[in-house]
Design a protein around this ligand. Structure first.
Ligand code: ADE
Length: 252
């Protein structure tokens, strides 16, 4: 899969995109990631990418023309790519979107900065506006890295063992069960007995119950979308009630 990132701070991407799993996938040719300086598509002496807002107000607004030229050029290189503008006003990114994006031939990711981006960038040149959470960062660069990392690891072959992405948090609207490795005893904390006895049926059942317990107590909102048996729904309800009581006790 090919990613094209358009930013005025290309150096911000150096470390994260050349290390670890993403770095290796690039070396293997599974991912092509190009980071472009938006200034490449400015044609004035000072390579200006922003200007004062029409109507007045604080801060600068990123101009439409450089982004327009960037998208037009990059689309000719990868016509099937979708274009996303990273902005806190966008659609909230989630694992489902990551799965959908991972089957695209490419993503062109535009990073906004300053007070915002001229509305025509999104209106004329983007397929979507994407936010990574209900908080405001200094720009779209870190959100772009978050989204890229999340999408890239779903591209076949990028993560070594495919099984490790089947059971992970959020892929089935449940948080993941806890993990343990050696030693079996650390200070007073023992690894749950069930994991030590090699009974895989029991281990699976324990993991499923722990995933439901964790989700019910930390992210009960996710349970509405989770596929649960009748028995599991009752169990989730009990865990939620316990968590509510515990949180109430903590606040009191
Ligand atoms: N730019 C600034 N904050 C952002 C956010 N939360 N998501 C995407 N882009 C952003």
């Amino acid at each position: 899969m090919r990613f094209d990132i358009v930013t005025i701070f290309p150096a911000m991407f150096d470390g994260p995109l050349s290390s670890s799993i993403i770095g290796r996938a690039r070396e293997k040719g599974l991912l092509e990631i190009n980071v472009h300086d938006l200034r490449k598509w400015t044609y004035d002496k000072h390579h200006v990418t922003d200007d004062y807002p029409y109507g007045g107000g604080a801060g600068m607004v990123m101009k439409v023309e450089p982004f327009a030229s960037a998208v037009e050029e990059l689309k000719t290189q990868n016509p099937g790519a979708k274009v996303a503008l990273m902005t806190p006003g966008g659609k909230l990114f989630n694992q489902r979107m990551a799965q959908d994006f991972s089957s695209l031939p490419g993503l062109i990711i535009l990073c906004g900065r300053y007070e915002g981006v001229d509305e025509r960038v999104s209106g004329l040149f983007c397929d979507m506006e994407v936010s990574i959470g209900d908080y405001v960062l200094t720009g779209g660069e870190i959100p772009a890295m978050v989204m890229l990392d999340c999408v890239a690891r779903l591209v076949p072959g990028v993560v070594g063992e495919e099984a490790s992405i089947v059971h992970e948090s959020h892929s089935d609207s449940l948080l993941e069960h806890p993990h343990y490795t050696r030693p079996a005893e650390f200070r007073d904390a023992r690894v749950p007995e069930v994991l030590l006895n090699g009974d895989h049926k029991k281990i699976e059942a324990w993991r499923r119950e722990e995933a439901i317990k964790k989700t019910a107590s930390v992210r009960p909102d996710l349970l509405a979308k989770a596929v649960l048996t009748e028995k599991e729904r009752v169990m989730a309800g009990d865990f939620m009630e316990k968590a509510r009581r515990r949180d109430g006790d903590e606040r009191a």
